[in-house]
Design a protein around this ligand. Structure first.
Ligand SMILES: NC(=O)c1ccc[n+]([C@@H]2O[C@H](COP(=O)([O-])OP(=O)(O)OC[C@H]3O[C@@H](n4cnc5c(N)ncnc54)[C@H](OP(=O)(O)O)[C@@H]3O)[C@@H](O)[C@H]2O)c1
Length: 258
């Protein structure tokens, strides 16, 4: 039987306490990676972190969650340095932390714009900056940036969100150009309509959600594991010949909307 093998790798998942990130953490652990994930430390989500850790431990996986603000470059560098010192293994970085607030561009404030860019684009920069020295030291790295189908259709509800996620494409191009030959492969996974808190905030009532699900060619909303399986694949030796790609996990929605 074919499998995904991540033994001998350390994974750092930025924003891994719930939703897509938590599923990524579970998948990477199940595949054998020692996985450290970040979250905000928000007490409202503490039970989710505990449940995630229980699920991982039940499968004998190795993981740890740390409350580190993904918007802080120094804190992210400190975390990556500690993780690399703890286990000097090939490094996988998944930049997943993100947020999405629906608002019209004509009333968006400068502060709202700055906050959204700081998390949706800036956190990826801080993750990359923190992980690169360790990847270069080993001549190996896998970087997976979590984008959004908003970069293709302007969806997602906010100009800042579409712009920040599109910025990941430029980041990936730079990383491929400068670090591919040093063993560091970067790709983007663009989710869409995945059932998480982020989606629930935009579609709180059941009717609106059912209408949304009806628009998806495969006939359902996405599950966090629809994204996580792809991330695990790209992190593994199956992804060793794949670089500079943007893959949609959207049930065919973007293609049919063209
Ligand atoms: N769901 C979708 O349909 C969809 C569609 C397109 C793109 N995406 C993208 O996929 C990614 C995950 O989305 P999701 O739906 O799983 O979101 P979610 O359920 O809202 O989870 C967001 C995650 O990011 C973490 N996070 C937020 N701010 C952080 C910070 N400052 N520092 C560290 N961690 C932080 C959260 O930690 P806490 O638990 O501590 O808050 C949580 O783990 C995001 O980048 C999102 O833009 C999702």
């Amino acid at each position: 039987m074919l499998s995904i093998d991540l033994k001998g790798r350390t994974a750092l998942v930025v924003g891994g306490s719930r939703g897509i990130g938590a599923s990524i953490v579970e998948h990477l652990c199940k595949a054998g990676a020692f996985t450290v994930f970040t979250h905000t430390g928000n007490p409202a989500h503490a039970a989710r972190v505990d449940a995630l850790m229980d699920a991982i431990q039940a499968e004998a996986g190795a993981a740890r969650g740390e409350a580190v603000d993904a918007r802080s470059g120094s804190d992210m560098r400190d975390l990556a340095d500690r993780v690399a010192a703890e286990r000097d293994l090939d490094f996988v970085l998944v930049c997943n932390a993100g947020m999405n607030r629906e608002r019209r561009a004509e009333v968006e404030t400068d502060t709202e714009w700055d906050d959204a860019i700081t998390l949706n684009l800036g956190a990826a920069w801080h993750g990359v900056r923190a992980a690169l020295p360790h990847m270069l030291a080993r001549g190996y790295g896998r970087i997976i940036l979590i984008g959004s189908s908003a970069v293709y259709d302007g969806g997602g509800g906010a100009i800042d969100y579409a712009a920040a996620k599109a910025g990941l494409s430029g980041m990936m191009a730079y990383l491929c150009r400068n670090y591919l030959k040093k063993g560091i492969l970067t790709n983007i996974v663009h989710p869409c309509v995945i059932e998480t808190d982020l989606l629930k905030e935009r579609y709180p009532d059941g009717q609106a959600k059912a209408k949304l699900a009806a628009q998806i060619p495969v006939g359902r909303l996405g599950k966090p594991s629809d994204v996580a399986g792809l991330v695990a694949f790209l992190s593994s030796p199956w992804g060793d010949f794949i670089c500079g790609q943007e893959v949609l996990a959207d049930g065919g929605r973007t293609f049919f909307a063209r």
